[in-house]
Design a protein around this ligand. Sequence first.
Ligand code: FAD
Length: 477
Amino acid sequence: MNQHTPPSVVAEAVARIKDALGSKGWLEDSSDTLKYRTDWRGRDVGEAVLVARPSSTEEVSSVVRVCAEAGIAIVPQGGNTGLVLGSIPTENRPAVVLSLDRMTRVRTLDADNFALVAEAGCVVKAVQDAAAAADRLFPLSLASEGSSTIGGTLSTNAGGNQTIRYGNAREQVLGLEVVLPDGTVFDGLNTLRKNNTGYDLKHLFIGAEGTLGIITAAAMRLMPAPRGRETALLAVPDPAAAQALLARARELSGDTVLAYELMPRMCLDLAIRHIEGIADPLEASSPWYVLVELATASPIDDLRAKLEAILAEAMEQGRVTDGVIAESETQRAALWRIREEQAEAGRREGGGVSCDVSVPVSQVATFLSRAEAMLRAEEPDLRLNTFGHMGDGNIHYLILRPLAMDGGAWTQRNGHLVHQLNELIAEMGGSFSAEHGIGAQKRKDLARYAAPSRLTLMRSVKAAIDPTNVMNPGKIL
Ligand code: FAD
């Protein structure tokens, strides 16, 4: 507890919040609040004096105003799928978890303007469905889309499988409504494509992980609905071949590459071993694979011809040795399942540390070979599962415990291996956190790897917008 906030002040603030929200708008009993205080991985549990569940922007503003006056920390929360301890309280001071899970309306959808406005608690899948019902595409897609929310996805600037084509969450945003740390509502909701009228403040709140304010609604762009899609799993000799193929596929397909996922053989082995119903789609084993998907919004675009032309050239050049093209939606889903089940397969295999790193797309193959050589020099029997969004230079780097090493020795050793990997990433101009953010978990890494001038500027922004540090304290900085 914070010595500066006497329990009587906390109790009075809690009573005022309950009053403002009504009986449906809060949870206090520790068993009721447990899921809101527990990290997605289930390893960390925070303390909260209350879980507030406002149903409108005005109610969010009321809660924030009371907390700000009393000096109570506010931890915004969406689907609680974040992976860096950002969405639960982690500091030793009274905190209210402010869940957006009752703010789930799509407020407006303007198909002709290719835009919609959704409340922050809408899950990503619901926004995709609303867009599809209007014959439009909401292009953000990630494995957690059935649970993660618009507010959380924007606050972490989430990526996903289609970043290569449509960009990260940030690129989808046209305007935001945000409750600031003193309770003021910043109304930046507009669906304009052009609006050069001074600082574009929405970008401050995207990727801020709830440390500058609470996003309550977002205006987002939509795309024409897809009319054609082709998916293939390709066997490639090495990441360098995959990298060369990516550039060529973008050129030959007229930049219709929607997803481009690199997988080593280990991905298939783990998926086949741990996930029911997954079989090897190809006869012969290959050291590396690429899952490639092309998509078009045009009904007259012959994607199959494009894919076949890409494959014919690649096979002639030895960049692809074998492959399978999905002939049905069922086959397509089966190919994607191999990639999408990697988190679960890795979890069941156990004994791994996972890093979410990126380098420039042109450096992925070099990074993978340098990293493997460096780590094997440390531990020759390491098992590596290095897969991910090659099209964005983003690799999920899973380092698995050598089979002969016991758990205790591994726990002592793996921190050093991750540090070595991060040092290499820094040397290559990459990022130690490509998709998942900083939260409470990676603050030390940020302090180590961010340029001092950047940290100073970030602290200045935080101090200007949240001078009393009530908004998600202990995260990022
Ligand atoms: P939460 O976990 O609730 O919160 C995340 C952060 O945002 C916290 O700091 C929180 O305080 C803040 N926040 C939440 N809502 C608001 C709000 N309304 N206003 C201000 N701050 C807010 N990430 C990727 O980028 N790409 C992936 O492909 C991907 N795949 C994943 C797959 C799985 C299985 C899981 C568990 C996670 C994955 N993630 C991925 C990470 C995570 O899902 C994303 O970061 C997600 O967008 C978080 O959304 P959420 O609603 O769950 O946010």
